[in-house]
Design a binder for this molecule. Structure first.
Ligand code: PLP
Length: 389
């Protein structure tokens, strides 16, 4: 059969095994399943924490979209990331990005050191820095690309070669790109982890995450971690993520086009000090983004002249953009990472990684782009007029 494009695969991906010829896999709420005989323990469905048809549907979809051999759904993106780190043995060393989602940073600095895991945080934009940080104990190289919130891009293919040279795995957090734009396993990564709360779910109504691998040696361990730790998503969440996945590329196409126009508009504005957006030719990692992504994503960050006071006045003046954490859904959101998503990171570490106190992060939705630009224009005018005083 001819190769099918993402838009087609998203609509049809999932299990072929749906009851009654149903087009959508039902929301199975049963926690337990009847044994045919006392000896029929080999059945796929025994107890809902181990497997359920609704979760199977989502895992089949994620396997297909990320191009892996198996997927594991978790109760949140963080539970999925935690599952990846729990593959590590005591004494293992991790090379991780110095710009990470705050809770991932917290896991690596606050929880995993208790289990004897050591971490080096590095600038993943520089392959030689990743290579220099590798040591005999390095078991995992881990980063987001694009990163949250600075939109750094790591060269996934090069990082995979460095990791594999040192007998380590490469795991990529694909939350900011989603498989609509980037498929890390195809670029050589061993593990792709993501928050499905964002682009896959797409409607800010379900929290869950997934791990997808194409290395059979990881499958048994991940499956054991999933059902013994038990951080599984409920069936309603799985259903909503599958429903979101059906329109992933169609939404992301519009979101990326909106983001491109907004980044260009802001780049030219005199009140904007810096725009962070991998689609700009002057973005330091533009070439790598062009090589490894199908488009540049729908996240745009910016520094305003006037620092934090200007930033807070701006985000509070916006009317269409909602001041809220999270990203990736149909509605546009805005936040100040230093005050919101990244507040847990010590200020000096935040500053060292390049996150200024006034950095503003925009998650661009599917609204009409002219309305979004009008909103940003009036937000900047409000700052200029000092309406925040
Ligand atoms: N990874 C990234 C890059 C994120 O931005 C987030 C949340 O914002 C997560 C992981 C965690 O996802 P969740 O909130 O679903 O646990």
């Amino acid at each position: 059969m001819a190769h099918r494009r993402a838009q087609t695969r998203e609509v049809h991906a999932g299990s072929a095994d749906r009851p009654f010829g149903a087009i959508n896999q039902p929301i199975f709420t049963s926690c337990t399943y009847e044994y045919e005989t006392a000896h029929s323990i080999g059945g796929r469905y025994r107890y809902g924490r181990m497997a359920s048809p609704t979760r199977d549907e989502l895992e089949a979809m994620m396997t297909d979209l990320e191009g892996g051999t198996s997927a594991y759904a978790f109760a949140s993106g963080m539970a999925a990331i935690d599952a990846v780190f729990s593959l590590l043995e005591p004494g293992a060393h991790v090379v991780a990005a110095d710009n990470l989602y705050a809770e991932t940073y917290d896991l690596l600095t606050g929880i995993y050191p208790m289990y004897g895991i050591d971490v080096s945080f590095v600038d993943i934009r520089r392959n030689e820095v990743i290579a220099d940080a590798m040591c005999r104990e390095t078991a995992l190289v881990y980063f987001e690309s694009p990163t949250n919130p600075l939109l750094h891009i790591g060269d996934i293919e090069a990082a995979a070669a460095i990791a594999h040279d040192g007998d380590a795995f490469l795991a990529i957090d694909n939350t900011f790109a989603s498989p609509a734009l980037q498929r890390p396993l195809e670029l050589g990564a061993d593990i792709v982890v993501e928050s499905l709360t964002k682009y896959i779910g797409g409607h800010s109504d379900a929290i869950l995450g997934s791990v997808v691998v194409d290395d059979p040696s990881l499958e048994e361990q991940l499956s054991t971690i999933q059902y013994t730790r038990g951080a599984i998503p409920g069936s309603l969440e799985c259903f909503l993520a599958v429903r979101g996945g059906r329109t992933l590329s169609r939404r992301v196409e519009v979101q990326c086009a909106n983001a491109r126009a907004i980044a260009e508009w802001m780049e030219a504005h005199e009140m904007v000090d810096h725009v962070y957006y991998p689609g700009q030719p002057n973005h330091p990692n533009h070439d790598i983004a062009t090589r490894q992504m199908d488009d540049y994503g729908a996240m745009v960050s910016l520094d305003l002249k006037g620092g934090e006071p200007a930033a807070t006045a701006f985000v509070e003046a916006l009317e269409i953009f909602t001041l809220a954490e999270s990203l990736g859904a149909v509605e546009s959101l805005v936040e100040v990472p230093a005050l919101m998503t990244h507040q847990d990171i010590p200020p000096e570490k935040r500053a060292a990684s390049g996150i200024s106190d006034g950095l503003v992060r925009l998650s661009i939705g599917i609204e009409h782009v002219d309305d979004l630009i009008d909103d940003i224009r009036q937000g900047l005018q409000a700052v200029e007029l000092g309406e925040h005083d």
